[in-house]
Design a protein around this ligand. Structure first.
Ligand SMILES: Cc1ncc(COP(=O)(O)O)c(C=O)c1O
Length: 436
């Protein structure tokens, strides 16, 4: 506690007030202090430029959670900032519609394979919920097969441990299946004949498995099974959108869903999300209730337009893959050579940190040692490890060096048999987001 107060006085003063004023202390659970090593990590950031951020006490870090994904180009990335500032001066929201609604819809339709029509929301959960409503309206069915995380709205939140305040009956409509285990989805359909409105899934960091019999990948098999059973196939691209490729994971894996959801990554940090899809399904939104005061706010739309234009005109996707590959390889090779069970896993532009103990289980205490040692060296890691267009080769090299030093400390901590003794702050808490 002493170290904490000394190192981050402004952060700590704010947090003290926040605990009195803000239930849970934070607006976004994954940004809360318990997701980082408390005492070693600042709690509040106040400025960003490119791939670097500064905390309220003036410390600088190279950032990898990137605000949980949205900062695809960079903090205060000039073309986006300029477009937004210009738009703010012209007006942020109006009594009638704004041309940007049409322009951004047209842009998305030109780059995303399934996008014949487009509607906007603000957060990812707005549009995953819209997709579920559309599927229910289209099919006249009520049940949902799901895989992964889809946001805080009741239909999904009821499946998580944070389900207080939601009618228990909602859970009866929800049926989980497992990524890369197609039999788990077949079972859902077998047990609920004629009841499943849609299959909604995200693509986690690993590739879809290939079925040896048909040569089809898991996403294609999911789509086939959904269609065979009269259900809508929804791909949640809130994280994969504009990271895997400009047309999302659906383009990267060559499987076109009926509906898809985009959010983080489409506007470099401004609030906007989109449900896109085939006309046949999207037309349900003529009648489904999906209408909010700020869905067409011009700031998010201006940011999305500027971001997508950068993606079309600059080698953004190539860069984040190349830098991510260097980062993963540099760190993972060193961990292997040291015999430490540490890995940056996942796809190069969107990874995660895994540290396993002697039993081969994910170990949060060991992960905390790594995060402690890296944040002390100016590297801000969190749950996800994202790369943006502003991460330079110098950033990546500095990060590899700091991470390798942290792995050395981790190795010593493991060998000592008392990793907790190495920890100078409180360890990272259990990640709330569940995956199935
Ligand atoms: C795959 C996926 N879907 C949906 C969401 C929900 O997005 P939001 O938090 O913007 O509502 C998230 C958020 O992390 C996500 O990762």
């Amino acid at each position: 506690m002493k170290l904490l107060e000394k190192a981050f006085p402004v952060s700590e003063q704010l947090w003290e007030k926040a605990q009195r004023l803000i239930p849970a202390g934070t607006q976004t659970l994954s940004k809360g202090p318990d997701q980082f090593v408390r005492g070693i990590t600042p709690k509040y950031l106040k400025r960003g430029a490119g791939s670097h951020v500064w905390d309220v006490d003036g410390n600088e870090y190279i950032d990898y959670p990137l605000a949980l994904g949205p900062i695809l180009l960079g903090y205060d990335y000039a073309p986006v900032t300029e477009a937004v500032v210009k738009q703010i001066k012209e007006g942020t929201t109006f009594t009638l519609m704004h041309p940007l609604e049409v322009e951004v819809a047209e842009l998305l339709a030109s780059i995303i394979p399934c996008a014949e029509m487009v509607r906007f929301g603000k957060n990812g959960a707005d549009v995953t919920s819209a997709a579920v409503k559309v599927a229910r309206a289209y099919t006249g069915r009520e049940h949902i097969a799901y895989c992964g995380y889809h946001g805080c709205q009741d239909w999904y939140a009821v499946t998580t441990p944070r389900n207080k305040g939601i009618p228990k009956a909602f859970k009866d409509y929800m049926h989980p299946f497992e990524y890369n285990r197609i039999e788990s989805l077949e079972k859902v359909f077998a047990e609920n004949p004629g009841k499943i409105a849609c299959v909604i899934m995200e693509v986690p960091g690993t590739d879809p498995a290939i079925d040896p019999a048909t040569g089809k990948n898991f996403l294609q098999l999911v789509k086939d099974i959904a269609h065979k059973n009269g259900a809508v196939f929804v791909l949640d691209e809130i994280v994969t959108g504009f990271r895997y490729s400009i047309g999302g994971a659906q383009q990267y894996y060559n499987v076109t869903p009926d509906l898809a959801c985009f959010g983080k990554g489409m506007s470099n940090g401004f609030a906007i999300s989109a449900i896109v899809g085939k006309r046949e399904f999207m037309n349900e939104l003529n009648e489904v209730f999906f209408s909010m005061t700020y869905s067409g706010d011009t700031v998010g739309l201006a940011a999305a337009k500027a971001t997508i234009e950068e993606l079309l005109n600059k080698p953004v996707i190539e860069h984040i893959w190349e830098m991510g590959e260097k980062l993963h390889k540099g760190i993972n090779d060193f961990a292997t050579s040291e015999g430490v069970n540490f890995k940056i896993f996942g796809k190069p532009p969107r990874g995660g940190i895994s540290v396993k103990n002697a039993k081969g289980e994910d170990d949060l205490l060991l992960k905390s040692v790594f995060m402690q040692e890296t944040v002390k060296r100016g590297i801000l890691y969190g749950g996800p490890v994202f790369i943006n267009y502003s991460h330079s080769l110098e950033d990546i090299e500095k990060t590899i060096k700091a991470s390798c030093e942290a792995i050395e400390v981790l190795k010593g901590a493991i060998e000592s048999g008392d990793p907790a003794g190495v920890l100078e702050g409180e360890p990272v808490g259990v990640v709330f987001r569940q995956r199935n």
